[in-house]
Design a binder for this molecule. Structure first.
Ligand SMILES: N[C@@H](CCC(=O)N[C@@H](CS)C(=O)NCC(=O)O)C(=O)O
Length: 207
């Protein structure tokens, strides 16, 4: 059985969501990040940087939320959540993933780190203006790419929607507005899926 190392309402939520969409059984091990459990000798053998998510699939250990979600989509191709390798659809899927992580999540995470994640003496308030600006700029581009579409890849729900809707949900939780009706209604539509309701319920139980 796949083992997922995670923490509620973190990037491991993306992997929980993917597993719920796939309907695959998995074991969840909570890594108590706030108590320093990421930095134990045992966990550092699984994730060299002590972060979540990580999975162990029968001895194969993988980290990085987007890599894990993609690996799972490839492992269960019948679910059609990740396009087949070596296709143009897969290239577009990769394009979405890289944009989400490097253009959208990156400035959002900068806001998070410099408002509540880092210890106060490490925060640089001067960085916030440019991070908000970069996030808004990425949102403008996404608004164009999502306008008139049900899902990021077009007609069908895919793992891109998990990564994207989760990132928008984080933005909302961080108090960082997208400034876009198109993006907000996309987020609410994707997060209304039954699979996400299960994710939220499961995370409440984990605490
Ligand atoms: N790029 C990584 C980022 C992983 C990451 O930063 N995870 C956070 C939780 S959302 C974490 O484990 N933080 C603990 C730490 O920085 O020590 C991914 O997408 O998986």
């Amino acid at each position: 059985m796949i083992k997922l190392y995670g923490f509620p309402r973190s990037r491991s939520t993306r992997v929980v969501w993917m597993l719920e969409e796939l309907g695959v059984d998995y074991e969840f091990e909570k890594i108590e990040l706030m108590q320093g459990a990421g930095q134990t000798e045992a966990y550092l053998k699984i994730h060299a940087d002590g972060k979540v998510p990580a999975i162990d699939d029968d001895g194969f250990v993988l980290t990085e939320s987007a890599a894990i979600v993609t690996y799972l989509g490839d492992k269960y191709p019948e679910a059609n959540l990740v396009p087949k390798p070596q296709t143009k659809d897969r290239a577009m899927y990769d394009e979405w993933c890289f944009f989400i992580l490097t253009e959208l999540e990156q400035p959002l995470w900068t806001v998070g780190k410099h408002t509540f994640v880092f210890p106060e003496d490490k925060r640089v308030p001067e960085i916030l203006d440019i991070a908000y600006w970069e996030f808004k700029k990425a949102c403008k581009a996404l608004e164009k790419n999502l306008s008139g579409k049900e899902f990021a890849m077009g007609e069908e729900f895919s793992a891109v929607d998990i990564l994207l809707a989760h990132t928008f949900r984080w933005a909302d939780a961080f108090g960082v507005p997208t400034g876009s009706e198109v993006l907000d209604s996309y987020r609410d539509r994707i997060c209304a899926r039954a699979s996400f309701e299960k994710v939220v319920a499961r995370e409440v139980l984990v605490g």
